[in-house]
Design a protein around this ligand. Structure first.
Ligand code: PGA
Length: 544
């Protein structure tokens, strides 16, 4: 399905009119399949203007309308015959005898449908079919059902369609309960199809159309088997933006990517402290809901630390009160719109962000330095999760089998030597052993040790700090060399708060790793996770 996104309804109408005009210019006696409803009115205005200016000629054009209420008199101002006369036929030079609409007054509706189908075939079949889409996914009056009747047929309208269409009647009781409609197979026989959708009310159904496989409960998905369908949407109907959420122990970052992958919105909230998983999920879903009200969000990607169960949407994390917490279901139930939500490890999200919109590399490995060491592997632009879903846990590569005990139950894990937590421990130890050092004095003045302390002490010329740093970068280099040897990536990207130190951190690592593989500092920095989560949602939910 080709997708054209227009800025607004007026542009959508012009775009659709261009396609119809081209059809008429190429084949002046072409057969158009026409639709009613509010969506094509702008298109009919455009066609009228083009006809009146002499740009297109309807003299030999033949038209077949999709449907008609049943029963209804042709002169009833709610009939589709009346609609077409008013909005198009009376305004252009079409020969009325070439305009066909199912007869809403037919004594035998079944025979009428059979004849209608036959007539379309006799005239040579529809060259270009124009379609709107109902909020329930119907095209024509092909309502969601377990089975879809394929040819032109008599159908009963669903309550949702009756309610949607009651806006044109005095009240819902006056909407006819039945209609004569071309079937899915009649529509699919058209050589070319354009499907129009505008306004926020269509966003949900367009999202379902794009997100779902062929499915009789969303009749428009049947169009996916047709080789020449163009969906023309305005920005309100096209659910094209994606929200990324990066959950951390300190804060939760939100980022919105637009259709062109620009980060159009970011927001950070503090992770509720001493809280339950429900409180955190509620804070995240409340904020998401506010963002969804502002932007046409098509999908959400969530990045979180800890172990995730992607299939069931559950998270367990040691630095958050998450224990098989159902974050995906919680969001879906509380954000007020039915859009897909996907879940991924936070380091993998950061890697996706960097791979697509940061350093831009197809095959890369992201190393995030923080409480532990996170890793995200991107191969061919996609996350590599491994068979159990935990690939990339590079913080647990063993660099000394008799070494420091790790919380994972093993000894000598890389993160026990090269995470920011490890750097802080090494800094504290050096202070104890060197009470007269500049480093120790600095810590006394500042009152706390962070990953930055050692850099500050080096700035003041402290040899003890320099030694701590040299050893730390040696540990970092050992692990990085290991992963380069194993993966041979296009590039290694170092992220996490400490990567803000830039070249001061990077240069000694490059020197010690001694590899031709480029090693770089994260470009997206603190936004990498949210951007990557949004990117992941986009890649999962966009029809190619
Ligand atoms: P609408 O209807 O153009 O009035 O939104 C479209 C449809 O129901 O097919």
């Amino acid at each position: 399905m080709k997708i054209i996104i227009c800025d607004n309804y007026s542009e959508l109408s012009k775009k659709a009119a261009e396609i119809v005009a081209q059809q008429i210019q190429t084949k002046p006696n072409c057969i158009l399949g026409l639709a009613t409803g509010s969506t094509p009115i702008g298109l009919y205005d455009e066609l009228t203007a083009m006809n009146q200016s002499g740009e297109i000629d309807f003299k030999d054009v033949i038209s077949f309308n999709l449907d008609e209420y049943y029963p209804i008199a042709a002169d009833n101002d709610q009939s589709y015959r009346y609609f077409m006369q008013k909005n198009l036929f009376s305004r252009i030079n079409i020969n009325t005898s070439n305009t066909f609409i199912p007869n809403g007054e037919a004594a035998d509706p079944v025979a009428e449908c059979r004849e209608y189908e036959k007539k379309i075939a006799e005239k040579g079949g529809i060259d270009l079919q124009i379609l709107g889409i109902g909020q329930n996914g119907h095209i024509g009056f092909n309502e969601p059902d377990a089975n879809l009747n394929s040819d032109t047929h008599l159908t009963e309208l669903t309550q949702s369609t009756i309610e949607a269409n009651s806006r044109f009647f005095e009240n819902a009781d006056e909407v006819p309960t039945h209609a004569l409609t071309m079937g899915i197979s009649s529509i699919l026989k058209s050589k070319k199809i354009i499907l129009l959708a505008n306004g926020p009310k269509k966003r949900k159904v367009v999202a379902s159309l794009l997100d779902s496989g062929i499915n009789t409960n969303i009749p428009a998905t049947m169009l996916k088997v047709h080789p020449d369908v163009t969906l023309i949407c305005d920005r309100e109907a096209y659910p094209g933006m994606h929200l990324g959420i990066d959950i951390g122990g300190t804060d939760v970052k939100f980022g919105v990517l637009d259709l062109d992958n620009n980060l159009v919105y970011t927001e950070t909230i503090s992770t509720p402290k001493a809280s339950t998983d429900k409180n955190i999920m509620k804070a995240i879903s409340d904020k998401s809901k506010m963002i969804i009200e502002k932007f046409p969000i098509a999908g959400i990607g969530v990045g979180t630390p800890g172990l995730i169960d992607k299939k069931r949407g559950l998270v367990s994390a040691s630095n958050l009160p998450f224990d098989k917490s159902p974050i995906v279901d919680y969001l879906r139930q509380n954000i007020g719109i039915d859009i897909p939500v996907c879940l991924e490890n936070d380091a993998c999200c950061a890697a996706m962000g960097e791979a697509h919109l940061g350093v831009r590399a197809k095959n890369m490995l992201m190393v995030t330095l923080g409480t532990g060491i996170g890793g995200g592997i991107v191969i061919g632009g996609e996350i590599y999760s491994g068979s159990m879903g935990n690939a990339g846990e590079i913080g647990h590569i063993c660099i000394d089998h008799d070494g420091i005990a790790c919380a994972c139950g093993h000894n000598g894990c890389w993160e026990a030597y090269a995470s920011v937590t490890a750097l802080i421990n090494q800094t504290k130890k050096a202070c104890e052993e060197n009470p007269d050092s500049i480093l120790n004095k600095l810590i006394k003045d500042e009152g706390a040790v962070t990953g930055k302390t050692v850099f500050d002490a080096m700035d003041k010329g402290c040899p003890v700090a320099q030694k701590v740093f040299d050893k730390y970068t040696t540990y970092l280099a050992i692990g990085i060399r290991n992963v380069i040897v194993a993966f041979d990536p296009d590039t290694i990207v170092i992220g996490g708060g400490i990567s803000k130190e830039g070249e001061r951190l990077l240069n000694p690592i490059i020197e010690k790793v001694k590899s031709d593989t480029p090693i770089r500092i994260s470009i997206l920095q603190g936004n990498a996770g949210a951007i990557g989560a949004a990117m992941l949602s986009k890649l999962k939910n966009t029809v190619k």
